[in-house]
Design a binder for this molecule. Structure first.
Ligand code: GLY
Length: 588
């Protein structure tokens, strides 16, 4: 039997989605196994791991006030939007994965940016072909309807504990009174002035380049516009963002040249968070639960299982790395081919995650320096003539994203990955924050032969995402790992390294995060040689015929928490500015 299954969800909508598939129906757990009334004591305290110490402190403050993981996640992210605007914020979107320990329910809320109703399949095409990387990045067409504020609200309505307005207090205080500019934020600004429009656009120019000079690390920065925006949302709820003055400022910013976008007030007013299935699949005695499309979370089930299918060869040096590379290559090719917005296209997810498919897929052989093509899903039960065959797509994604992991005093967890897409999104400014350029996560090129691409632009569609917040459970259904990472198209590789390194290589979460990143999408393998055994890994892969691109450093931002019998072990990615904080006793 196909053992991949959707995890229990607390929402009717999610149940309805699960009921839509007979296979899923058969695989769902019976509701009577729920244990609603007898949550055990949670002995491990609470933990927050995120990309900035001020943001972590905000999450901790919520937990100390009696808030839960959802409250802490929202407060942490509101501060990230202020102190790490290059990565995510109110002008972007995100995926939130929640685990409620008392009911064992998991919930996936999709707050992905959405294409305006006026978007067209060829909106990134010009007379000279598809727009270049920078041209599309800074264009108004790149701006999608932001989802973050609606995501906060829905998560809070469904599972928050503290009053809504309390969640805004830490970010409001920092925006009003000022925060110290971090080296990473300051470090981006000279380069952004050269390559992008951040130093030219209305609003972002004055904020990031006061008196024409980039902010420097260590200086105190206030953002009174962000404080006003937060105050409005804290007082009036999400309607203060999706209608009225803030919405008007967003629409105006997207409508400016170059390449003005079509975002309207109706696009904003119509924005909906989607409650989507959590997908789970077995890995040895574990169960990996992650976000369904438009996320690429499924790769977190595929890569570890393909890794296990690829026969170990104990005499081959770095055998585990070679299997990891080959597993990635196969999973990436499938992700690139089949994934997109599940409300718009048919994705053969049940086949891709089935043990039968993964067993066959692992036998697909490609020379180490040869491009890898997608698997043959059509030979499996459940596929039909309608299961689409798409034109090739190798959409680029930039690395302006963040991830936070939280466990609260009741053992509930949140894995939240949030983004504005490229660094500082589209660099268009509205009321204290930058707007995303998430529409460039769609395939920009329209094939000349008229064939369709799974991840093509369409009105009201959500672009495929690499973001993959993930939870791992053991055979007793106890939570083992909370993880995720930014990194654009490299996210599946970064997160899978983290999972396999903890579950198979026996590394602590911090050692797993520190381990060199290895990204195997396509026919070139990127190896992070500036860490640990990176150089030796690159040499070993070359010796086996792989085409290797050496990179001194990678752009992961893994923030993870492992639950061990003796307590919580957190990890923060040294490649960014994150920290982990552990609270052992609730003070409330
Ligand atoms: N823009 C990053 C992602 O969605 O994967």
């Amino acid at each position: 039997m196909n053992r991949a299954f959707f995890h229990r969800s607390s929402t009717v909508a999610l149940l309805a989605a699960a009921l839509a598939s007979a296979w899923l129906l058969a695989a769902c757990r019976p509701a009577e196994t729920l244990n609603l009334n007898q949550p055990d004591v949670w002995p491990h305290g609470a933990m927050v791991s995120a990309a900035n110490p001020l943001a972590v402190a905000a999450g901790i403050e919520m937990l100390e006030q009696g808030g839960n993981a959802i409250d802490a996640a929202i407060a942490t992210h509101l501060v990230l939007g202020l102190v790490e605007p290059q990565s995510s914020g109110l002008g972007g979107g995100g995926f939130l994965l929640h685990y409620d320990r008392s009911t064992q329910a998991t919930l996936f809320l999709d707050g992905r940016e959405t294409a305006p109703a006026g978007a067209t399949v060829d909106m990134f095409m010009t007379d000279k072909g598809a727009m270049g990387y920078i041209e599309a990045w800074v264009s108004g067409k790149a701006v999608g309807t932001p989802g973050m504020v609606a995501l906060y609200h829905q998560a809070h309505q469904q599972a928050g504990r503290l009053p809504w307005s309390t969640l805004f207090e830490p970010a409001l205080a920092l925006a009003r009174d000022g925060f110290v500019v971090s080296p990473r934020l300051a470090g981006y600004l000279p380069m952004m002035a050269q390559r992008s429009r951040l130093a030219k656009n209305e609003g972002s120019q004055d904020y990031f380049y006061p008196d024409g000079k980039p902010l420097v690390s260590g200086e105190l920065l206030k953002n009174p516009e962000y404080a006003e925006t937060l105050n409005a949302i804290a007082t009036l709820g999400p309607s203060a963002f999706y209608t009225g003055e803030i919405a008007e400022a967003i629409v105006q910013a997207a409508a400016r040249p170059p390449h003005p976008g079509t975002l309207t007030l109706s696009d904003l007013a119509d924005y909906q968070v989607k409650s989507r299935p959590v997908i789970c699949g077995p890995f040895r005695t574990y169960r990996i639960c992650t976000t369904s499309p438009p996320s690429s979370g499924a790769a977190q089930i595929m890569i570890p299982n393909l890794y296990d299918q690829l026969a170990p060869n104990s005499v081959q040096p770095f055998d585990h790395i070679i299997r990891f590379v080959d597993a990635q290559r196969l999973a990436y090719a499938d992700r690139d081919h089949f994934f997109g917005d599940p409300d718009e296209i048919s994705i053969p997810l049940d086949i891709l995650l089935s043990p039968e498919y993964l067993q066959v897929r692992a036998k697909d052989r490609f020379a180490p320096d040869e491009p890898v093509s997608h698997g043959d899903v059509w030979q499996f039960k459940g596929a039909s003539a309608e299961t689409p065959r798409w034109a090739p797509d190798t959409t680029d994604e930039m690395a302006g994203t963040t991830h936070l992991s939280i466990i609260d005093f009741d053992g509930n967890a949140v894995a939240l990955t949030a983004t504005v897409e490229g660094p500082f999104g589209s660099q268009r400014w509205a009321k204290g924050f930058v707007l995303n350029n998430e529409m460039t996560d769609f395939a920009k090129t329209v094939p000349e032969d008229g064939s369709a691409v799974a991840n093509a632009v369409a009105p009201n569609r959500r672009p495929r995402s690499s973001m993959s917040p993930t939870l791992v459970f053991d055979e007793t259904d106890a939570l083992v790992l909370v993880t995720g990472s930014p990194g654009g198209n490299s996210i599946p590789a970064y997160v899978a390294k983290n999972i396999i390194a903890v579950l198979d290589w026996g590394l602590t979460p911090q050692m797993a995060v520190d381990h060199p990143n290895i990204i195997a999408r396509g026919d070139t393998i990127r190896v992070e040689i500036g860490r640990g055994e990176g150089q030796a890994i690159a040499e070993a892969l070359e010796a086996y015929g792989y085409s290797v691109r050496r990179r001194e450093g990678e752009n992961s931002g893994l923030h993870s928490i492992q639950v061990t019998p003796t307590g919580l072990q957190g990890a923060a990615d040294p490649r960014r500015e994150g920290v982990v904080q552990h609270l052992t006793n609730p003070s409330h």
